[in-house]
Design a binder for this molecule. Structure first.
Ligand SMILES: [Zn+2]
Length: 283
């Protein structure tokens, strides 16, 4: 079943390109944080992550969380939050039925509290790794507890608690996925490594065909196309470096096998251009 995907730019942080991939320049580049609005013909409006929101600044105002904002200086404003962008399109926050949380880094959960009626979907492995963590223990995981809704546990469904389905040959090297609604419209694939229990999402967009939202399994399209690992220092922040390497390589293989498929990393500059309507853009 086809859905409609709209990419939303929620702001950016600055980071050295050198850190993000082998061969990168010693120059600051912008890491935009994109969220996806998914219009499902049966299940209504859903989000893939929620990017930054101005809540990030409150959540990082006190030490040690303030270090997060120092390591990745963030620029976002109220007009860029997912909530504000949806309202500008005539969509009330209560119309959002569900949010797929790829992982719990602060630049993916910034808008969670803005959608009080949404069902929340994540991997249990991801949640259990950050659950209850505060202070240094949270910061080490890139997790900001103040961004979490108070009733998270009442609204969450752990997708990895269900039975995975076998994927057709076209998805190789990925072999199985969690079929969120049992209609093959939203297929969640384990992409652990960058963070424990991170997932990616296969969907078919009615205008742009097959899409793989791969979250932070790669930081740029160039990285999976040319199989360029991040700088060794950046690899230190990965939860599981071996799994990260495997998933980057799998993305590389998938991109070579499937030229029709658009693989979209959350922080990629090309994807940011797509969010502005420039679908053919390539660096
Ligand atoms: Zn991340």
């Amino acid at each position: 079943m086809d859905v409609k995907l709209t990419l939303l730019d929620t702001g950016y942080c600055r980071q050295l390109e050198l850190f993000s991939r082998k061969g990168g320049r010693l120059k600051n580049i912008l890491f935009h944080a994109l969220a996806g609005l998914i219009e499902h013909p049966v299940h209504g409006l859903l989000l893939f992550d929620t990017g930054y929101s101005p809540r990030f600044f409150d959540a990082t105002s006190a030490f040690p969380y303030s270090l997060y904002g120092k390591i990745t200086p963030v620029a976002t404003d109220a007009g860029q939050s997912v909530r504000t962008q949806l309202v500008a399109q005539g969509i009330a926050p209560d119309q959002v039925k569900g949010i797929l949380i790829s992982h719990f880094h602060g630049d993916h959960i910034g808008g969670l509290r803005d959608f009080p009626l949404a069902e929340l979907y994540c991997f249990q492995t991801a949640y259990e790794h950050v659950q209850g963590k505060t202070g240094w223990a949270a910061l080490r995981e890139g997790y900001l507890p103040d961004l979490m809704p108070d009733d998270f546990e009442q609204r969450v469904t752990f997708v990895d608690g269900t039975e995975p389905v076998a994927l057709p040959e076209a998805y190789r090297p990925y072999k199985d996925a969690y079929d969120l609604f049992g209609d093959q419209s939203l297929l969640l694939v384990d992409l652990g490594g960058h963070a424990l229990g991170q997932f990616g999402l296969f969907l078919r967009d009615r205008d742009h065909g097959d899409i793989f939202l791969c979250a932070d399994a790669a930081w740029s399209s160039k990285a999976y196309r040319e199989h360029l690992l991040p700088h060794p220092l950046a690899r230190l922040i990965m939860a599981d470096q071996k799994a990260y390497r495997e998933n980057l390589y799998n993305l590389h293989l998938l991109s070579r096998r499937r030229e029709d498929l658009r693989i979209l990393p959350t922080h990629c500059e090309e994807v940011w251009h797509m969010s502005k309507g420039e679908f053919g853009w390539r660096s």
